[in-house]
Design a protein around this ligand. Structure first.
Ligand code: HEC
Ligand code: HEC
Length: 370
């Protein structure tokens, strides 16, 4: 029996619940669609011609459209210092913090952890002189006001003339798109395999075994379900120095000095420069390996052109002279990589396994969701 005093509340709940949840789901979807338009709009750079998608393209696993080691900014000849990362699954990266127990930094967006949320991050590229090149927020807002979708922005977020508020609405919509199913679909062969609707080939299975055991990959690209994503992200969001060499092909070395972002010795200190601790110099965040098949070249400076090359580096770094010395030797991890004793066949199996992490398999109809 329903208590008399609760009845009106319940009635209200029954009447309101379906429409209210529908309402917020509807708004969520509107924000995602708006964010998608903003993300692909090449009129928002200075000069025009570049969008977020130039450096984060769907077909490239949301990395650089031309698979360049370092992307060129809206102004020709200007380059930042690092390889464009995928934006897929970044929504699950926690804020940067120090884990006392594990004695390691965890989380933070970018290779060096310097941004906290997708919202905060999305405000940066528009104003970065080596990326989209606008001089201030007003310049971006004025451009958005000239777009056909500006009326939608007002409709969703409300009317305001305050530049900072409009800028926050723009970055919120971008974050919503980047957290949407379109960008984070969990639809790879690996996901299908976990659901029991894809059988790994013999080579992929061997790759997974090596990934867990002999290759030690899962020490950092962990297979446990991520606490936020509740699926495997193939990263524990921690930091390491793999001993990756300088990339002589990095065009950042040739930008005018006022745009130069490295040390006077041309070193990229990574996390160390952010937390200002020399023992963290040369460390970069462990990236997700989802869609890694599409995001070449690899590493924070795009040193490795193929997956085969980076796997070979993990395997033989310390026992061959095929690779130049580490860019920042003092903090290199010598325990978990460098001499894995993998055969050529085993290296190939690891690559085959990583190719099962490419999204799009399940929606192509190979998969029947049960
Ligand atoms: C000119 C190329 C370029 C453009 C344009 C660009 N990005 Fe990026 N993006 C990068 C690079 C390079 C990095 C890594 C930078 C670093 O670590 O220092 C990055 C990193 C990111 C990350 C961090 C991902 C992670 O897991 O830490 C996000 C999110 C992101 N970009 C979103 C955007 C959005 C949103 C836009 C448009 C407003 C945008 N980017 C425009 C090159 C670009
Ligand atoms: C000690 C931790 C650790 C281990 C073990 C490890 N990785 Fe990584 N991995 C990282 C870090 C950190 C990066 C980014 C390093 C950088 O760019 O400076 C990375 C980057 C990568 C990349 C490049 C991704 C990209 O988007 O550019 C691939 C591919 C990769 N790892 C595969 C593997 C494989 C395969 C194994 C096992 C053979 C492995 N990793 C073992 C920490 C680790």
């Amino acid at each position: 029996m329903i208590h008399k005093r609760l009845f009106p509340v319940l009635l209200l709940g029954i009447l309101c619940l379906p429409s209210c949840t529908h309402h917020s789901a509807h708004y969520r979807e509107q924000k995602e669609l708006l964010g998608e338009l903003l993300f692909h709009d090449t009129s928002l750079s200075e000069p025009a011609g570049q969008s977020c998608a130039t450096c984060h393209t769907l077909a490239k696993g949301f990395a650089d459209v031309e698979s360049r080691p370092v992307s060129e900014g809206a102004v020709k000849g200007l380059y930042s210092q690092r390889n464009a990362m995928t934006v897929s699954y970044s929504m699950f990266v926690p804020d940067l913090y120090y884990d006392e127990e594990e004695e390691t930094y965890v989380g933070g967006l970018f290779w060096d952890g310097r941004a906290s949320t997708l919202q905060a991050q999305a405000g940066e590229p528009f104003l970065n002189p080596v990326e989209m090149g606008n001089s201030d927020r007003r310049m971006v807002v004025d451009k958005v006001k000239r777009t056909p979708y500006y009326s939608q922005l007002l409709h969703i977020y409300g009317e305001t003339e305050d530049v900072d508020s409009i800028y926050a609405h723009i970055t919120d919509a971008l974050a919503m798109y980047q957290s949407s199913k379109k960008v984070c679909p969990f639809s790879s062969k690996y996901d299908a395999y976990k659901k029991g609707s894809y059988t790994l080939t013999a080579q992929e299975k061997l790759g997974l075994e090596l990934f867990k055991h002999k290759g030690l990959c899962a020490e950092c690209h962990i297979l446990d379900r991520d606490v936020r994503a509740r699926r495997t992200l193939f990263t524990d969001h921690t930091y390491d120095n793999l001993g990756i060499p300088k990339n002589p092909e990095n065009p950042h070395y040739r930008v005018p000095s006022e745009y130069f972002l490295l040390t006077s010795d041309s070193l990229d200190l990574g996390l160390g420069a952010i937390v200002r601790k020399p023992e963290e110099n040369g460390k970069f965040r462990v990236p997700t390996l989802r869609n890694v098949e599409l995001t070449a070249p690899y590493g924070h400076n795009g040193y490795f052109k193929t997956l085969g090359e980076i796997v070979h580096f993990y395997n033989v770094r310390d026992v061959s002279n095929e690779f130049p010395p580490a860019e920042y030797p003092a903090t290199v991890n010598k325990d978990e990589l460098g001499d894995l004793k993998l055969t050529a066949e085993e290296e190939a199996a690891l690559v085959a396994f990583m190719k099962t992490l490419t999204d799009g398999y399940m929606k192509k109809g190979h998969h029947k969701d049960k």
